[in-house]
Write a protein that binds this ligand. Structure first.
Ligand code: ACM
Ligand code: ZN
Length: 533
């Protein structure tokens, strides 16, 4: 008796000392904020499911599909033990409480996302076959008693995917959305256009996809003078885009489309050469890098085309934010373009000690597109280059060239999302021995470095911290031409990202993470993902 008591005390102390996830089968990633071990186990085989007060059909559908999955896997229904889902209006939309007792599991949340995250945590405590594959003979469905109270550190928890440089099917995109859901992420940043291919159907301007969606070849490896002469491309129809948006929404994920402008637009110029400063001809770019051929900011037709594109997009993507790019826009063409220079004179722009007239012309471009989107009830996100000039106060800055852009944005009272290439560029190599890695863009970003990222600096004020909306990893696909390789570059770094986004800094623990990662790798396998071992 005394000995049992001693073990229990030791076990409880371990919970306090080692924190959340370091116990038995509770190896949840991202690690929940608060975990308390209970006594005994709950048997999911033959449990009844009850939903109380959940009125949002998306939430009840999600719960019902979990019920169907459990009942299909266990082969039993409607016994005496209960799994109860309760609407609790006192909770934040992404918060949940999950209590597993011997005879009852109770999940409390106030919205779809809370229920999704509770179920994802539950699934990570269940036998691996809940994720896929055959159920082994005599599989036990017992889950240890526990109480979890969980909520995210950051409201914006994103994963980006470039589908221009290489095109990925909606099936693969949905597979990645599933993975994001496992990791409690809520924003999918979909990079849909670039120099190397335009990927969204725009009904008013079909040449964007019929011409802009296809390149006549692609450079081979890192040889800029080479060309494989293989026609490459593709695009998403509006039906497909809507289907992906709806699928993401069912998982509590918002899709944020990016139309990268005014640079990274050679796909558009190939289709409509009159929109470039020189008039072309242009081709959909076959090499990687930053093209000097950009939209002519002095041509009114450019603004009408962008407004037409955005009008169709707004109808497909209900997101609060639309990403309008703004990165890497060389100004060489603008400097010698009569239309651009006339626009500069018309607007009274000039060089000053900070920036050149052409930088202010880009600001004019971005602010004008922002105004259009604001009038349609949306906000913009732009890459950190848009701070070079006087971008509006309401623009949200995505900090990619390190963290400076995000810090500067927060200091100036603008919102920011941190995606520094130093820690969040998943196209970088996963080790410092690139010769042992598949071809990648360069850089070195091992798992531990992703995990170590801390977006808030001790020198930041509370007000500045409140402008850091969250964190995202970016996956550019110049060198990533297959699903298998895409998944290899994502995993396991995407898993490390999830703890940067979700866990309070004092709840992160590299050793505990690595232990739980072994279990997560089994989940990758059950879900059919390739990953770096
Ligand atoms: C970027 O990586 N050019 C945003
Ligand atoms: Zn021009």
């Amino acid at each position: 008796m005394k000995k049992t008591l001693l073990y229990l005390t030791a076990a409880m102390a371990a919970v306090i000392v080692f924190g959340a996830c370091e116990r038995g089968s509770v190896q949840i990633i991202p690690c929940p904020q608060e975990v308390k071990a209970g006594f005994g186990e709950f048997d999911f085989a033959g449990a009844s499911f009850i939903i109380k007060g959940v009125e949002d059909p998306a939430a009840s559908d999600y719960i019902r599909s979990f019920q169907a999955l459990v009942q299909e896997k266990t082969g039993k229904v409607d016994g005496r033990s209960r799994v109860v889902f309760v609407h609790d209006a006192s909770m934040a939309p992404e918060e949940y409480v999950l209590q597993v007792r011997r005879r009852k599991v109770e999940v409390r949340a106030s919205a779809l996302n809370g229920f999704v995250y509770a179920i994802q945590s539950l699934k990570q405590m269940m036998p691996l076959c809940i994720w896929g594959g055959e159920v082994p003979q005599g599989q036990s469905w017992k889950v240890p008693a526990v109480k979890i109270h969980d909520y995210p550190r950051f409201g914006y928890r994103g994963q980006h995917l470039d589908c221009s440089r290489h095109f990925f099917s909606t099936d693969e995109v949905k597979k990645i959305l599933n993975l994001m859901s496992v990791h409690k992420m809520n924003r999918f940043h979909w990079h849909l256009t670039d120099d190397q291919g335009w990927r969204v159907e725009i009904r008013k301007h079909p040449r964007l996809t019929s011409v802009g969606g296809w390149r006549s070849g692609t450079m081979i490896g890192k040889d800029w003078s080479s060309d494989d002469h293989v026609r490459y491309g593709g695009f998403y129809s509006q039906e497909e885009l809507r289907d992906v948006v709806a699928y993401a929404a069912s998982l509590g994920i918002t899709v944020i489309p990016e139309i990268d402008m005014p640079g990274h637009m050679q796909g558009v110029l190939a289709a409509y050469p009159e929109l470039g400063c020189t008039g072309g001809p242009y081709e959909v770019w076959k090499v990687w890098g930053v093209s000097q051929e950009v939209l002519c900011a002095g041509n009114e037709k450019v603004y009408s085309l962008m407004e037409d594109v955005l009008s169709e997009l707004l109808d497909i993507f209900p997101s609060e934010y639309i990403h309008i790019g703004g990165d890497e826009c060389p100004k060489v063409r603008w400097e010698s373009c009569p239309k651009c220079q006339a626009k500069i004179r018309e607007l009274g722009l000039g060089n000053d000690e900070h920036f050149k007239a052409e930088d202010y012309l880009q600001t004019y471009f971005m602010n004008r597109v922002e105004k259009f989107l604001n009038e349609h009830g949306r906000k913009i996100i732009g890459w950190d280059e848009i701070l070079e000039g006087d971008i509006s106060q309401s623009a949200t800055i995505m900090s990619w060239r390190g963290t400076e852009g995000g810090i500067k944005a927060a200091q100036s009272g603008r919102d920011a999302i941190m995606t520094p290439n130093s820690h969040m560029y998943l196209d970088y190599c996963q080790s410092d021995t690139p010769e042992n890695e598949p071809l990648c863009i360069g850089g070195c970003l091992p798992l531990e470095k992703v995990y170590s990222y801390e977006p808030l600096l001790p020198t930041m004020t509370e007000e500045e911290c409140s402008h850091i909306l969250g964190v995202q990893a970016n996956l550019w696909t110049e060198y990533i031409a297959s699903n298998e390789y895409l998944e290899y570059m994502l995993l396991p770094r995407h898993t490390a990202l999830s703890e940067v986004q979700w866990c309070n800094a004092d709840n992160k623990d590299w050793e505990r993470f690595c232990n739980s990662l072994k279990h997560m790798q089994q989940i990758y396998e059950a879900l059919g993902f390739n990953y770096r071992k």
